[in-house]
Design a protein around this ligand. Structure first.
Ligand SMILES: Cc1cc2nc3c(=O)[nH]c(=O)nc-3n(C[C@H](O)[C@H](O)[C@H](O)COP(=O)(O)O)c2cc1C
Length: 352
């Protein structure tokens, strides 16, 4: 198992397109990466169970190869559940000058969009994607046993060695070691995210040394040399997010894609002010104002509703990993092949 991850997944190239939540994944992006020899993913954490089944079937229609459906095990903070319209509007009024400067309308309180992980996982079992990946925790033994029975390969994300050991002990098939360079949220689940900040180089190496299951490296990998470096640390494959987010096939807004290639993307920062959970963003005036203000933390996901209007504004809020300055490609198939240009699925595996 340790030495044949790409063979087991049927991958020609050890390249996984990372899933994106919040409408940024597309069927086309996932299928394009798989059809190019890597493995595409779809971030489904905001989808209703029936949508998860529809999307899985839609990807299956576009490709015969392996792909990943991804969920968040825990996607609602206690504070967010408790936040009401009064608390929301109080924060909106504090942000009023920033909405005005960005020429965006303030959001209206619509309550907390609750997601039931158990029902979503049930849909995964029904839809039977080749791979089910998850972040922010570990699914129950019952769900993992069902996956095994149905032949669904599981992949869990770790931000620390302790999380990696917990994931392996639970019987998960593949470990994703995600360093703090990565774009998107820090999916820590044993300690707080800001107390679990390990870089990809240190994290991948220690996890590879300590577990038996195959390790996929993520965080700051955006070109062929980064891929080769991760594989030489003992990873069996890499997961790349930001570079795929910038491709024409992703669901990111055109302004967001343009920003990823902009010199401003050289400066990114982890912040919990945007969504309520720690995630990496390009440093813009809007991010700095948000951090300097006296906002009361409403938690995930309600905090994200406060800042949603900024996601398409010119000086707004844009997820990005530290690899952004290396981005060159706008087409996902070309990017997949280029990332793997110094390695092949055969030469990297088992090479710890
Ligand atoms: C905008 C954005 C959204 C993301 N959403 C998810 C998600 O819903 N689930 C998940 O497992 N990973 C998510 N990720 C993480 C990526 O799948 C990937 O692991 C990460 O981006 C790799 O680091 P890189 O951006 O440096 O390449 C997201 C990343 C970004 C940039």
């Amino acid at each position: 198992m340790k030495s044949n991850l790409t063979a087991r997944l049927g991958l020609v190239l050890p390249i996984i397109q990372g899933p994106f939540g919040g409408g940024l994944s597309t069927v086309k992006l996932a299928a394009t990466v798989t059809n190019a020899g890597g493995m595409g993913s779809y971030g489904a954490h905001l989808l209703e169970p029936e949508e998860i089944i529809q999307v899985t079937n839609a990807i299956r229609k576009e490709t015969d190869g392996s792909f990943v459906m991804n969920l968040w095990v825990d996607s609602e903070d206690k504070r967010s559940k408790e936040a009401d319209a009064t608390a929301f509007e109080r924060e909106v009024s504090k942000l009023e000058p920033i909405y005005r400067r960005n020429h965006v309308a303030p959001p209206v309180f619509a309550g907390c969009h609750s997601v039931d992980f158990e029902r979503q996982a049930e849909a995964i079992l029904q839809a039977r994607p080749p791979v089910f990946s998850f972040v922010f925790g570990i699914p129950s033994q019952e769900i993992l046993n069902q996956c095994r029975k149905l032949g669904i390969i599981t992949m869990g994300a770790a931000t620390t060695l302790d999380e990696a050991l917990a994931i392996e002990n639970a019987g998960v098939d593949i470990l994703l070691a995600t360093g703090f360079e990565a774009g998107g949220h820090r999916p820590s689940f044993l300690r707080s995210a800001d107390d679990s900040l390990h870089g990809t180089l240190a994290l991948v190496r220690q996890i590879v040394e300590s577990v038996e299951i195959p390790v996929v490296a993520a965080g700051g990998i955006a070109d062929a040399k980064g891929v080769a470096a991760a594989l030489s640390l003992g990873a069996s494959a890499v997961q790349v997010g930001t570079a795929f987010l910038a491709c024409k096939e992703s669901g990111a807004h055109p302004t967001h894609k343009r920003k990823l290639f902009d010199p401003s993307a050289r400066h990114t920062r982890l912040s919990d002010r945007v969504t309520g959970r720690l995630a990496r963003f390009i440093v813009t005036s809007t991010l700095e104002e948000l951090e300097a203000g006296d906002l009361t933390h409403l938690g995930y996901p309600i905090q994200g509703e406060l800042t949603r209007p900024f996601k398409t504004a010119e000086d707004g809020l844009f997820y990005a990993g530290q690899g952004a300055p290396l981005l060159r490609h706008h087409a996902a198939a070309e990017l997949t092949r280029d990332l793997a240009s110094l390695v092949t699925g055969d030469c990297c595996v088992g090479d710890r």
